[in-house]
Design a protein around this ligand. Sequence first.
Ligand code: CAA
Length: 384
Amino acid sequence: MNFQLSDAQAMIQQTARDFSKKQVQPKAAELDESGRFPHEIVKEMAGLGFLGMMVPEQWGGAGLDTVSYVLAMEEISRGCASTGVIMSVNNSLVCDPLMKFGNDDQKKRFLTPLAQGDLLGCFCLSEPGTGSDAASQTTTAKKSDKGYVLNGTKNWITNGKEANVAIVFAMTDKAAGHKGIAAFVVDTKSAGFSVAKLEKKLGIKASSTAQIHLDNVEVPAANMLGGEKDGFKVAMTTLDGGRIGIASQALGIARAALEDAKDYAKERKTFGTPVSEKQAIQFMFADIATELEAARLLTLRAAMMKDAGAKFSREAAMAKLYASEMAMRSTVKALQIFGGYGYVTDYPAERHMRDAKITEIYEGTSEIQRIVIAQSLLKEGLSL
Ligand code: CAA
């Protein structure tokens, strides 16, 4: 496998790095403190083509590959993890299924404005009682004269407050289990679509996490994504790609923790010398850097397999599992390097640790990733 970046990929990485350093990172502490959605950054990212990175130019996107997306996601998340997830959801969980399962009419109406940043998207799968067990959801879609009528409650919806478009999963046939789920593209201004609650969170505070109520929401039949029985497949294939995005977010958070701790350790003196010269601290840096590289390789491999059109569910799960747990371990170590200063908000170490935790939970918990990996291993064997 060749991990040499092409000129185009290196250019995207550099563009994202410069933008993140100048426009995103300086605002991260304020965004965390205020919980303000970074509308101005999202607008600038749209201008750079970062909201529809893998969408073909024909549909208004940047026409780039998943590797480029991963590189940009790491840079944006290095600056601000909240901004990273806003970007990830629009690209991976909304544009991707529209690209893969949408017809030309749906692409024209939804994909193009989403890719250009004229609309923002969210992904409504989880419910108050069903997160990991996505097939057991209870939201219903009943056929009507005009199309379908949706009823139910969706939970943990990133971008839920700001989104103009929602991909909503609902049961068309409860008795059929996962084969009775359909996916719909829903205009969030539809009557009966409402934000019932905004969650107060440990981290990624500048991204909204909403509970959505669907109260007799009428959706035209032309807004069904795929067929009446295809919803679970749409959700699962979409999440495969989403997990690569979250793995990249975790890389960005861990890198932020490492770089900030490195700067601090070179300045901070104890017993007459900078703490960076103490072997105990150097070992922590060595562990964080090594694990970060390993996680990046897993993430790039999953991205390359997606670009090659290969099946990549297992590789995406491995990348997300390892990168998110690496980010948690690394941010805890980085905070320790700051000592007492790591525990207070004067430095960003505590924010990185709070932001890292969610990567082990959303788009499939670490436990779900282990299930996906183990089941694939038992069915298909090792990939050598
Ligand atoms: N791609 C395509 N099809 C898939 C698939 C995949 N990756 N995984 C499963 N399927 C198919 C199977 O082939 C099977 O199809 P058939 O019946 O036709 O054979 C069908 O789906 C059912 O498969 P399983 O029996 O394996 O399904 P399951 O009910 O046991 O669930 C699971 C499997 C992996 C646990 C799945 O439920 C899962 O991924 N759960 C986690 C959900 C999740 O990640 N939620 C996060 C929500 S998004 C979010 O976090 C919010 C946000 O805004 C960021």
